[in-house]
Design a protein around this ligand. Structure first.
Ligand SMILES: Cc1cc2nc3c(=O)[nH]c(=O)nc-3n(C[C@H](O)[C@H](O)[C@H](O)COP(=O)(O)OP(=O)(O)OC[C@H]3O[C@@H](n4cnc5c(N)ncnc54)[C@H](O)[C@@H]3O)c2cc1C
Length: 454
């Protein structure tokens, strides 16, 4: 197959960040693209995950600011949350983003088929649209069907009292007491959201600290913040069952403890959406359900690609999007590009926010690698004092011999934005001296990153 053939028929199943980016890139490079989506263009990322959770976090941040307003000299009655209005706002945001995506795709002549896609042969797929099957021949295909929240076999989700993250946007009122099961990124973000909305929150941490795969110092800062806010942390608490009680739930812990609440929220990972896609018949290999791919996102069947959460590589919208763009070039015969997963910037949208890029102190210690760490607490930062949020720090990890920036961590207000500076420094292999010599605006939190270049 000549990949530069402008009539390359490229079929994409799933229009999340991975599928949409692959569609626009490959179409701009000459492919004839058909995009099959059975829900909303933009994917779960727009409809149920990134965007709505961050919209809820935005409300939480405002609520937190209001509850601390007296410190800033603002007096007056407090505020309450109307979840119905918040749900309308989320709906408006997701609709706006999705319709912009549809406009962009259609403006490039990409055919969007609103149906459920499935591979039925090496070069043939079927889309079920309103009960009618439509066959779609292809030269190359992409599976970008995403993931959904994992539900352990001991839990029965009812969407009313026992929830996954996909249900939290439809709650009629803030729950009285949420028991969050799982203390990874999603779990701690949900704790922050619900506590800020005025709910009592208990967090079941299965290991010794929250965010088990992250820097212990970061986890300690977040735990201290949660405890200060009255969140009940149960360490070493592996959930093994959830019972519905009269008007609530009772979560059973492996060691015999029980935690009662009004709602239980499962945040225990994601499952790939790989069922009923005809993968086995097409010869596409999977590993624990996730599709196995090479650095160009090719599956075990070279003209069938996979990207995004369905590959289980790094379950982030930004990664899915970049994988889509890269394979969109590859499938049209352009030089292959692949992602360097070691310098992907990541953030946890709690308050304070937590963001990191590249090598973290904990990774260096685990690898026995010698690094130079410079850490500047935000207590010394004037902007931080002005904001009334004095916690947190900026930490830069560099090579002791060359002084090249290898990564870093930021804990503090808007860390998700500030990390961009360290992401550029890491990607550009800049020396810490460059950070030091860059004059940041005064007074800003960025100055602390510059100071960490000392
Ligand atoms: C609560 C939560 C918050 C998150 N927040 C962030 C964040 O802040 N930042 C970040 O980077 N990432 C975040 N993520 C992760 C992010 O949402 C995912 O990494 C991202 O959605 C992956 O994109 P994707 O293209 O692989 O799949 P998706 O966005 O899941 O899109 C896949 C699409 O495929 C469709 N589909 C599935 N099967 C079929 C079929 N057979 N036929 C047709 N269509 C099909 C689905 O309907 C869906 O629209 C969050 C995740 C969760 C759970």
């Amino acid at each position: 197959m000549n990949r530069e053939d402008p009539s390359l028929r490229f079929l994409i199943i799933g229009a999340g960040p991975a599928g949409s980016a692959a569609a626009t890139t490959s179409s701009a490079l000459g492919a004839d693209v058909t995009l099959v989506e059975d829900s909303v263009v933009g994917g779960a990322a727009h409809l149920r995950d990134c965007i709505p959770s961050k919209a809820m976090a935005a409300t939480s941040i405002r609520m937190k600011a209001i509850s601390n307003a007296e410190d800033l000299g603002i007096v007056g009655p407090g505020a309450g949350v109307d979840l119905g209005r918040l749900a309308d706002r989320i709906q408006a945001i997701t609709t706006a983003i999705s319709s912009r995506s549809v406009d962009l795709l259609e403006s490039q002549g990409i055919e969007i088929v609103h149906g459920r896609g499935r591979l039925v042969g090496p070069n043939l797929a079927v889309a079920t649209v309103g009960g009618i099957e439509m066959t779609i021949p292809f030269d190359a295909a992409l599976v970008s069907t995403g993931s959904r929240p994992r539900v352990p076999d001991w839990a029965e989700v009812d969407g009313e009292r026992v929830l996954t993250t996909r249900h939290v946007y439809d709650l009629p009122a803030p729950p009285e007491h949420v028991v969050v099961i799982g203390s990874g990124v999603t779990g701690v973000e949900m704790v922050h959201i619900f506590e800020s909305l005025g709910c009592k929150v208990s967090l079941l941490v299965s290991r010794h600290h929250v965010l088990p795969h992250r820097d212990a110092e970061v986890a300690a800062a977040l735990e201290a913040n949660f405890l200060e806010r009255g969140v009940m942390l149960l360490k070493g608490a592996r959930a093994v069952g959830i019972d519905r009680t009269g008007d609530g739930v009772s979560v059973q812990v492996e060691d015999g403890r029980r935690v009662d609440g009004s709602h239980a929220l499962l945040a225990v990972g994601a499952m790939p959406m790989t069922e009923d896609l005809g993968l086995e018949e097409a010869g596409v290999k999977t590993d624990r359900g996730f599709i196995v791919v090479d650095e160009y996102q090719r599956t075990s069947v070279p003209h069938i690609y996979a990207a995004g959460d369905v590959t289980g590589q790094m379950l982030l919208s930004s990664v899915a999007n970049q994988q889509g763009r890269n394979l969109g070039r590859h499938v049209t015969g352009h030089p292959g590009q692949s992602i360097d997963y070691s310098d992907v910037a990541q953030a946890i949208f709690t308050e304070p926010e937590i963001a990191s890029v590249g090598l973290e102190e904990a990774d260096a210690a685990a690898e026995g690698r010698k690094v130079r760490i410079t850490k500047v607490p935000f207590t010394a930062n004037p902007r931080s004092l002005i904001h009334g949020s004095t916690g947190g720090f900026a930490k830069v990890v560099s090579d002791p011999a060359t002084r090249v920036v290898l990564g870093g961590t930021i804990v503090g207000h808007r860390a998700s934005e500030l990390i961009g500076i360290l992401a550029l420094a890491t990607r550009g292999k800049m020396k810490v001296q460059t950070l030091r010599e860059t004059l940041m605006v005064h007074p800003t939190l960025s100055e602390s990153i510059s100071d960490a270049g000392d």
